[in-house]
Design a protein around this ligand. Structure first.
Ligand code: ADP
Length: 596
């Protein structure tokens, strides 16, 4: 099948050109050949006609002579290969070399006769009325004393001219055919030579378009095609550079996205999750199958979807606080939603950045709780003080026994407030970053600290008749800590043990070395702590039994302070307890390498 490609078009064009040229040239040659032949025949026949006219012009003067002409002509024409006809001025045929003139019609209307009767030499080509072939008729007037008395017409068949014409025509046709074949061959060769590099350019351009930007066109034609190849190569090089730039930028962006602490989710304009970074995958548990699902299915929060819709509709960024429940854990996120604009300002999607503020929120909540608790803790003794002072003022002062009792209560409550405020101040101090930075950790011998704490608390445990003992696996056991703060922790724990151990109970302070760590335990045979309260006892203001703890003089801050200090020293604190058997607090601190 003929395909309309450049090669075939070139071949067709060549062929058309050749055929057109050959046809035009052939036609011109044929025409010229014919005209030339006719003109020479015409001239030769005219001169013959003139000779005959010379021979007969006198005979045309009278009717008797005219009768002899036919005979003369018949005799003459046997010597020349021409048909000769003599016509008089009226158009009547008076002699003919081949026919009987008496049988011939009037020839006055023949164009060559009419023209000759008008005085001109004339010729005409037509098919003879008597013979089925083309004839050339040439006429010349017969003049006698300058008067036209008739016409001499000589006629000759054009067979040999036609035969020559046909020969040239067939030669031309054969030449055309051969030339066309040669033209097809050459045009195919040229077209192939011309289109082959073009094909190369097209193939390479297609490969480049399919994404293989390392491809280049290598052709050496020295013409516009080579310039085109250079242009394509340059274009591809700059495209490759740009694509590389974009890829590098994308990689950077991906890297940033992947390593961001915040969860980043990309949604399309219908709110479907299309992409999620590593953090988002981990936080929201997004699986491969979930990509393409609606955000409500993925995150499970209609508030977020409303904000996404609002960001799309209003074409502006939005910031919302999102409270969610992930795997049973409350999480709070500050979510920034930014609409992504595509071409013509259409929104193509929304970028969501989820900043986890759970810790911050918890801190806020804890601070609020703390303030409420602290106020409550301070308000309780204050109410008692105010109440008993009012009672005294209202007349109880007059009763010495009662007033002493009331004043003692006021004193105890004031003392509790004092301790509470001291504890709060201590916590505030520990909370201050600058203060913590000032603290320098050093090598602290453990046993002296335990002894000092025991001695400081002596009046209290002696009052309750308790037995406090110290046991250490080595005298020079040392920890990396701060002597005052370590003593504070031991004092807090010892104070609790004294408080929550009945009179006559046993308290043991023990220290030992274990795996580059120093362990210190405060063990008592006291009332113990119920298992359900154990995880909460380090919370601020947490007390197992409020009434009992209060009578024992507790503030609910001792363990919180102890935990805070231990963690500040780089250690940890644990508790083990059995109700009515006893409680053991174990502190773990880094051991000092150089023990003195
Ligand atoms: P408080 O000042 O009330 O003692 P803490 O923070 O020191 O506050 O202790 C919190 C709570 O833990 C106490 O109220 C008490 O119920 C419980 N507790 C602490 N130490 C002991 C212990 N050695 N034996 C029994 N209960 C204890």
């Amino acid at each position: 099948m003929f395909v309309r490609n450049l090669r075939n078009r070139l071949v067709a064009l060549f062929l058309l050109l050749i055929l057109f040229t050959l046809t035009a040239l052939g036609s011109y040659i044929l025409w010229y050949f014919y005209q030339h032949n006719i003109a020479s025949l015409n001239a030769a026949m005219l001169s013959q006609g003139k000779i005959i006219e010379e021979l007969i012009n006198r005979d045309m003067s009278g009717p008797i002579q005219k009768a002899q002409i036919d005979e003369k002509i018949k005799e003459l024409s046997s010597r020349i290969d021409l048909r000769v006809t003599i016509i008089d001025a009226t158009g009547t045929v008076i002699a003919d070399s081949q026919q009987n003139p008496a049988l011939m019609e009037n020839h006055g209307d023949r164009p060559e006769i009419a023209a000759a009767l008008a005085g001109d030499n004339s010729y005409n080509i037509r098919k003879s009325a008597t013979q089925e072939r083309s004839l050339l008729y040439v006429s010349t007037p017969v003049l006698f004393h300058n008067e036209i008395t008739g016409v001499v017409r000589v006629a000759m068949p054009l067979d040999h001219v036609d035969a020559g014409y046909r020969k040239i025509l067939s030669a031309l046709l054969i030449a055309s055919l051969l030339t066309s074949l040669v033209a097809i061959f050459f045009s195919l060769t040229f077209a192939h030579r011309f289109t082959r590099p073009l094909g190369q350019v097209i193939n390479t351009a297609n490969e480049i378009a399919e994404g293989d930007l390392s491809k280049r066109v290598y052709i050496k034609t020295g013409d516009e095609l080579e310039i085109l190849a250079h242009a394509i190569n340059n274009l591809t090089s700059s495209l490759e550079d740009k694509v590389n730039d974009i890829v590098a930028q994308n990689r950077k962006l991906e890297l940033i996205l992947e390593n961001m602490g915040d969860a980043v989710i990309l949604m399309d304009r219908f709110g479907r999750v299309t992409t999620a970074n590593k953090t988002a995958v981990a936080v929201f548990g997004i699986t491969e199958e979930m990509l393409g699902m609606h955000n409500i299915q993925v995150i499970g929060n209609s508030l977020l979807d409303q904000a996404v819709q609002a960001a799309i509709n209003r074409k502006e960024g939005r910031l919302i606080d999102l409270k969610t429940n992930i795997h049973g854990m409350k999480r709070v996120f500050q979510v920034f939603l930014a609409p992504i604009t595509a071409a013509e300002k259409d929104i193509s999607g929304v970028l969501g950045v989820f900043h986890d503020i759970t810790t911050l929120q918890n801190l806020h909540d804890r601070q609020a709780d703390f303030v409420a608790n602290a106020s409550h803790e301070l308000a309780t003794p204050l109410t008692a003080i105010k109440g008993f002072a009012e009672t005294l003022l209202d007349g109880a002062l007059a009763q010495p026994e009662l007033s002493e009792k009331f004043v003692r209560i006021i004193y105890d409550e004031a003392d509790r407030m004092h301790r509470l405020i001291q504890d709060l101040l201590q916590l505030a101090r520990l909370n201050a970053q600058e203060y913590r930075e000032q603290i320098k950790l050093e090598q602290v011998l453990v046993e002296p600290v335990l002894t000092a704490a025991k001695q400081d608390m002596a009046p209290r445990w002696q009052q309750k008749n308790q037995l406090v003992s110290i046991a250490s696996d080595q005298d020079d056991l040392a920890a990396i800590a701060h002597p005052d703060w370590l003593k504070q922790v031991i004092a807090n724990l010892l104070e609790n043990s004294i408080k929550y151990t009945p009179a006559g109970g046993k308290i043991t302070l023990q220290a030992w070395h274990s795996n580059d760590q120093v362990k210190i335990s405060v063990k008592d045979s006291g009332i113990g702590i119920p298992a359900k309260d154990l995880p909460l006892i380090f919370d601020r203001f947490y007390r197992v039994d409020r009434a009992r703890a209060r009578t024992a003089g507790g503030t609910g801050l001792g363990l919180a302070i102890a935990k805070f200090i231990v963690e500040m020293l780089g250690g940890r604190i644990e508790v083990e307890s059995v109700v009515d058997v006893g409680t053991t607090f174990i502190i773990t601190l880094p051991a000092s390498e150089k023990r003195s």
